[in-house]
Ligand binder design. Structure first.
Ligand code: B12
Length: 221
């Protein structure tokens, strides 16, 4: 990365942690207009900043009010970053599969889900994004309705992990488990746990989600 762009990174991280929305958006716009890629900003500024914010919340240095303010600043910078990412990943003409994507019931985190959506769309998947706090039954109804190949679930909190399991169990209850592949990801999940509860694949990030989804529809390798 060009050295002149690196100077934005530390500043952007700091403004995100200090929930200075105006400055953070200004730095993001400048970095993007000077040639920084959205991928670079996500990996070098957004993810490290959310790690610091999470730690401050966990250790009690930040209260819920600060977490909420940080969430607002993050959402504000994600707007131009997602627009840019959409252009970077492009759009394939050929559709290689349909995905119903949602953050599970009880969980309203959606920044990572929205990144994953763009990567999947860019690689030829049609993605029906149902948003956040989505109960298992509604996710399955939608998957049946749009004849999805894959149900992709985002889960950021340990307390909502059981709602990923709800989707697996509800599919089994309806006799539909074989009709859909389940892909899961998000901070509170991991590959071992995903396998244990009966998901088909787990992935760590956007590019990982693409690789996993492609293999689930037989387009891997
Ligand atoms: C921003 C934030 C918020 C914002 C969310 C704004 C929004 N619109 O998303 C707000 C302020 C609303 C919020 C609220 C809460 N939060 Co919060 N939040 C965070 C924070 C700081 C960042 C999350 C984030 O956006 N990360 C950046 C994105 C890019 O990363 P990501 O989500 O992990 O996504 C990547 C991967 O995980 C993966 N991925 C994600 N989804 C999917 C899906 C698929 C299919 C695949 C394959 C991959 C994948 O790819 C993504 C791209 O790389 C985290 C701390 C952290 N370190 O993550 C806490 C954190 C997640 N929150 C936490 C908590 C406790 C809460 C609250 C309960 C606080 C409260 N007391 O009210 C509420 C929950 C409300 C609810 N019902 O959901 C805890 C959860 C702890 C736990 N173990 O369960 C965390 C970890 C903070 C902490 N360290 O304690 N939060």
């Amino acid at each position: 990365m060009v050295p002149r762009l690196i100077k934005y990174i530390e500043n952007l991280k700091q403004t995100l942690v200090e929930y200075d929305t105006e400055k953070a958006v200004e730095l993001t716009d400048k970095a993007l207009s000077e040639g920084a890629s959205a991928r670079f900003l996500i990996s070098e500024a957004i993810l490290p900043a959310t790690k610091i914010i999470g730690e401050k919340y966990e250790t009690g240095e930040y209260f819920l009010s600060e977490l909420v303010l940080c969430g607002e600043t993050l959402q504000a910078v994600m707007k131009p970053i997602l627009e840019h990412l959409g252009k970077e990943v492009g759009k394939k003409e050929e559709e290689i599969g349909k995905i119903v994507l949602a953050t599970v019931e009880g969980d309203i985190h959606d920044i990572g889900k929205n990144i994953v959506r763009l990567f999947l769309q860019g690689s030829g998947f049609t993605v029906e994004d149902m948003g956040v706090d989505m109960p298992a039954g509604k996710i399955i109804d939608k998957a049946v309705d749009v004849k999805a190949d894959i149900i992709a679930l985002s889960c950021l909190m340990s307390v909502t992990r059981d709602h990923v399991k709800d989707v697996v169990e509800e599919l089994e209850k309806r006799g539909l488990r074989k009709d859909f592949k389940i892909l899961v990801g998000g901070r509170s999940t991991n590959e071992k746990w995903a396998g244990q509860i009966g998901c088909d694949k787990w992935a760590a990030d956007g590019p990982g989600a693409v690789e996993a989804a492609r293999s689930l529809v037989g387009r891997g390798g």
